[in-house]
Design a protein around this ligand. Structure first.
Ligand SMILES: Nc1nc2c(c(=O)[nH]1)N[C@H]1C(S)=C(S)[C@@H](COP(=O)(O)O)O[C@H]1N2
Ligand SMILES: [Mo]
Length: 260
């Protein structure tokens, strides 16, 4: 793949910001003041979606880095310690009895332990995580390939999206509506770099970063990377789910396709 074809807007942004600012944020890069980043990201949204769909092949890879590039201190953001009682019980027990559920529009619903997930085809990648708030960190992720899970569960013909239901609550209504959730389309679901990570930087995924399992969908922004994934649901439409826009932040106005 040629460098031009990569159309790495992340790299472009980072180079621009690196020239403008050398501020470090806990071992990560402070990209800029938030408003500036937000404006760029917002103005680029349409372009990103269009280039993603029309110019890039679905196989286009996000840039990968080397061990030397790892951020010494990867920022943890959003929920960092879920207080859901079932989650807390699993965490106490090292997630030994925890299982991931895969259901919805699949031929074979699955319930998989961490040991079973670890035995499946995996991928390890060093990538840059860009948060919409304007910081980025480079980390190494190892996890089960989402495509391998889907090969096993076998999507039904109508399935168009995968919804990731998480253990943590960010809202304050005290209902299910507070729970974090996210969704992606099939192109990202089957993408080579899309994994459910159970390791970060060579260690078991820590709780602040989403233990026991978190999504890595490397061509999109940080808020798409659901942490504390408990259940995956294949659906034909996002309309009937929660606010109908495909994610906790999307329901509050963020873009569903958060391409970088
Ligand atoms: N379940 C859950 N997933 C989440 C969040 C969250 O609050 N809850 N925050 C999102 C945001 S905005 C970012 S930037 C990343 C942060 O991941 P990190 O804590 O590993 O840096 O997780 C994303 N996934
Ligand atoms: Mo974020």
């Amino acid at each position: 793949m040629s460098e031009e074809k990569r159309l790495d807007r992340r790299g472009f942004l980072a180079r621009g910001f690196a020239a403008a600012s050398t501020v470090l944020l806990g071992g990560c890069e402070e990209l800029s003041d938030r408003d500036w980043v937000k404006r760029v990201l917002e103005s680029g949204e349409t372009l990103t979606r269009v280039t993603q769909e029309a110019l890039l092949s679905p196989e286009t890879l996000a840039r990968e880095y080397s061990e030397a590039d790892l951020s010494p201190d990867f920022k943890a953001n959003g929920s960092t310690n879920p207080d859901d009682p079932a989650y807390v019980a699993h965490a106490k027990n090292g997630f030994a009895d925890w299982k991931l559920s895969v259901g919805g529009l699949v031929e074979t619903p699955l319930e998989l332990s961490l040991a079973e997930l670890r035995a499946m085809p995996s991928r390890t990648q060093i990538t840059r995580h860009d948060c919409v708030e304007g910081w980025s960190c480079i980390g190494k992720w190892k996890g089960v390939r989402l495509s391998a899970l889907l090969d096993r569960a076998r999507l039904k013909a109508g399935a168009r999206y995968l919804v990731f239901h998480c253990a943590d609550a960010l809202g304050s209504t005290g209902t299910e509506a507070d729970k974090y959730y996210e969704s992606i389309g099939l192109a990202d679901a089957f993408h080579e770099q899309t994994i459910l990570a159970y390791e970060m930087n060579g260690e078991t995924l820590p709780i602040p970063h989403g233990a026991p399992l978190r999504l890595r969908v490397e061509r999109q922004l940080g808020y798409k990377m659901a942490k504390y994934v408990m259940r995956i649901e294949a659906v034909d439409s996002l309309a009937g789910i929660r606010g109908g826009r495909g994610g906790f932040w999307e329901d509050l106005g963020y873009e569903w396709y958060a391409g970088i």
